[in-house]
Design a binder for this molecule. Structure first.
Ligand code: SF4
Ligand code: SF4
Length: 196
């Protein structure tokens, strides 16, 4: 992505300022997540997500460079601590709590919500999710998929659209912020914070 230095400076897309931009981005994500949770409750359902429930805190997760900048800013000494053993996120403590909770990446903020995904029929075919593209359909036609953590036992297909999280826009924003700020630098592995 090619943008001018003036644009990057004006929008905080520099390695020095990106953490503050991201904190503002997270505030909007958190507000939207809370809105969705309230909407789900209006359907008579409550999510099981709670402190200490950490099955979603898997090992091997990655984040953008900008997300990593927030952790480095808010928890500059986290790398000096011992990582959680292999098999779960290295940021977990012994009680199943997140040690960087206020700086956790985007994916962790939406854990547990009903998710909506959109996939083209061509991609669905390539991934083996369908056997063939119906003759009267274009390969570019999108289909909607839904998913939720198996511990949140509700039928996601029954929920109205506004009670589900669609991640396309937020993920595009994250990718654009990283491209503007860090070019094509690779994603950051969570465990890499501890590998010194
Ligand atoms: S960063 Fe925190 S919330 Fe995210 S997976 Fe790791 S322990 Fe869980
Ligand atoms: S997403 Fe699942 S594993 Fe994670 S906190 Fe919610 S219920 Fe627990």
């Amino acid at each position: 992505m090619k943008v001018s230095d003036a644009y990057r400076e004006a929008n905080g897309f520099t390695p020095e300022k990106i953490a503050d931009v991201m904190i503002g981005f997270y505030e909007k994500i958190d507000a939207r997540c809370a809105e969705i949770e309230r909407r789900i409750e209006r359907e008579g359902v409550k999510l099981n997500c709670r402190p200490g429930c950490c099955g979603c805190c898997r090992d091997g997760l990655t984040m953008t460079q900008a997300e990593a900048a927030v952790i480095r800013k808010q928890f500059p000494d986290i790398g000096k601590a011992l990582p959680h053993p292999q098999g779960a996120c290295p940021f977990l403590d012994d009680d199943g709590l997140c040690r960087i909770y206020s700086a956790r990446p985007y994916i962790c903020r939406t854990h547990g919500l009903p998710m909506r995904y959109f996939l083209t029929l061509a991609d669905a075919l390539e991934m083996g999710m369908i056997e063939a593209i119906p003759e009267d359909h274009s390969p570019d036609q999108k289909i909607e998929l839904r998913d939720i953590c198996e511990l949140n036992t509700l039928d996601v297909m029954d929920l109205p659209e506004e009670a589900c999280w669609a991640s396309e826009i937020a993920e595009a924003q994250l990718a654009a912020m990283d491209a503007c700020t860090f070019g094509d630098a690779p994603r950051v592995e969570m465990r890499s914070f501890f590998e010194k």
